[in-house]
Design a protein around this ligand. Structure first.
Ligand code: AMP
Length: 545
């Protein structure tokens, strides 16, 4: 006979995170650099009060549970209120990536059937461009005062401050099934239409609980957290939820993400921990080095979204900042692994520790990983066998929004990444499966070749792509942006690989470009590069054995 446990039950709802922060961390600040240019500061108590005003306003407007409300906004306090106010009434906060092409944005808004779009003033020109393509949107709401609304605009606009202003700052957050949808984010796939990932209250709350743990993002009330990763991309890696959970001070940097702006904001606000993609940290490290700065309070840079080049970790280390490597994806809400030291880390020699730090890390509690071969059978965790990475867990996608067929294979989500896992459970991404270079029947890791090139002092940015080859099927080509004033030649850079990888891994050629194409989420757009350079070796047969 089963026996039910006799403990309290309350659904895991996001509203409870903010409501509790408003009590436990009532006076802790949320600081925002606004698109208007100034700094805004208030507390968790104020944020909760305004989220309740918003909840009242939305309810009065007839927004119901399950309705989608879109946001086109930078990281800021009003976006935070939208996260909680929309999801708190049971509606779905649909964060939209403004860096996508306007047609893709219109597609996403229509696919999600957003009833309302709330946008930062800086996106007004974009809204004007797409509004006529989005017939289901009833309200376009600018995140600002009535006075800031533009005089002549193609469509009727409302102001956020007027919308919430006259409503009471009291609201009884409804209790409903924790599996209801809370947030929606579309993947920025490089091919085909973006696909929607619909997060539940349960999945986001559980991820917030798991991600604050010491072996995960290691967040506490003593931290000042600055999510540089945008709130329009996978909920800024859940930081608006995990910061509220622990009651940490939040610093939201708005639109200015260059090294100088971040350095000034971090110094001024005493930021201890931040999260962003490698390009953001390259910019910060470069600025700090050139201006002879050293880090004060800022000790932990969580690096994810793309592989963290070891040389980046090294330069951050010299500035007094510890790079913490993490891996995830939109479909994983996104935190999957974090590279934190295990019990035997300190005993390892320095070179082994450096190798470990370069890995994407161990699955955080709540996530399981496996790697499988071409036959679908699990591969050994020996740190060498590379296979398709599969994930499952409480905050892993089950199916895409509006798509009947689930992508799961035997209950596991195929991530599309290729990885190794070592005996201690440290996972290392070797490639996206579509970016792997298949040379003479063997696989070459484009990420490893990129990391080596990045460690060359004259290389600013690099992409390694597979190019068609008449003899070897595919061979690696480096597409490189040199540092200013560098005269680095292709042969110098290729010679730099000698002794670092097997001879047959060394790229066949290098092309120098002034910039590399990036996707809407700041990753290398290898598809564009393959379209441009994919035939580079056609007509060539030579290749050193
Ligand atoms: P997105 O869904 O746009 O966040 O992209 C997720 C993909 O980014 C993953 O499947 C990986 O291919 C890549 N990615 C994320 N974090 C890392 C990392 N630390 N190292 C290498 N690739 C990463």
């Amino acid at each position: 006979m089963n026996m039910p446990g006799q403990m309290m039950y309350a659904p895991l709802l996001l509203s409870s995170l903010l409501a509790q922060a408003a009590q436990r961390a009532a006076a802790v600040e949320i600081v925002s650099r606004r698109v208007e240019g100034d700094i805004h500061r208030y507390t968790y108590r104020d944020c909760h009060a305004r989220a309740m005003q918003l909840a009242n306003a939305l309810t009065r407007r007839g927004i119901h549970g399950g309705d989608r409300v879109g946001t086109l906004a930078w990281n800021g306090y009003r976006h935070m209120e939208l996260y909680y106010g929309i999801s708190g009434i049971g509606a779905v906060c649909h964060t939209i990536n403004p860096r996508l092409f306007p047609e893709q944005i219109a597609y996403i808004i229509n696919h999600a059937r957003d009833r309302m779009i709330c946008f930062d003033a800086s996106f007004a020109p974009l809204v004007e461009q797409i509004a006529h393509q989005c017939p289901h949107v009833e309200t376009w709401m600018m995140l600002g005062d009535e006075a800031a609304l533009p005089d002549a605009f193609a469509i009727p606009l409302e102001s956020y401050e007027a919308f919430i202003g006259e409503h009471p700052a009291q609201f009884a957050w409804p209790q409903f099934d924790e599996r209801e949808a809370a947030a929606l984010c579309y993947t920025s796939g490089t091919t085909g239409n973006p696909k929607g990932v619909l997060y539940s209250h349960r999945s986001l709350t559980l991820m917030a609980y798991a991600s604050v743990a010491p072996d995960a993002l290691c967040l506490s009330a003593a931290d000042t957290i600055a999510p540089v990763v945008p709130m329009f991309h996978v909920n800024a890696w859940g930081l608006p939820f995990s910061a509220a959970l622990v009651g940490a001070k939040l610093v939201l940097p708005g639109a200015k993400l260059d090294g100088e702006s971040l350095c000034a904001l971090f110094e001024q606000e005493g930021v201890t921990c931040s999260a962003g993609v490698p390009t953001v940290w390259l910019g910060l490290a470069d600025y700090m080095r050139r201006n002879d700065k050293r880090s004060g309070t800022f000790k932990r840079a969580i690096v994810g979204g793309s592989a963290c080049p070891p040389q980046l970790a090294g330069s951050l280390g010299e500035l007094g900042i510890n790079a913490v490597h993490a891996w995830g994806m939109t479909e994983l809400s996104p935190v999957g692994t974090v590279c934190s030291p295990s019990h035997n880390y300190a005993d390892k020699p320095a070179d082994e520790r450096a190798c470990l730090d370069a890995k994407q890390g161990r699955a955080i509690a709540g996530i399981e990983l496996k790697i499988v071969g071409a036959d679908g059978e699990p591969l050994t965790w020996d740190g060498k066998s590379a296979g398709d990475l599969m994930a499952r867990g409480h905050w892993v996608l089950d199916r895409y929004y509006g798509v009947e067929q689930s992508p799961l294979e035997g209950g596991w989500f195929p991530t599309g990444d290729v990885a190794t896992i070592d005996a201690d459970g440290y996972m290392q991404i070797t490639d996206r499966s579509k970016d792997v270079i298949k040379s003479g029947g063997e696989w070459i890791s484009s990420i490893e070749l990129e990391c080596i090139a990045m460690s060359h002092p004259e290389v600013e940015m690099v992409a390694c792509i597979a190019c068609e080859h008449p003899k070897w099927d595919e061979r690696p080509l480096l597409v490189v942006v040199r540092r200013p004033d560098s005269t680095l030649t292709a042969s110098d850079l290729l010679a730099f690989y000698e002794g670092k990888v097997a001879k047959w891994w060394i790229p066949d050629d290098v092309v120098f470009v002034s910039e590399l194409p990036l996707t809407a989420t700041g990753k290398l757009h290898k598809l564009v590069l393959r379209q441009r350079f994919g035939q580079h070796f056609v007509g060539t047969c030579a290749r050193p054995a």
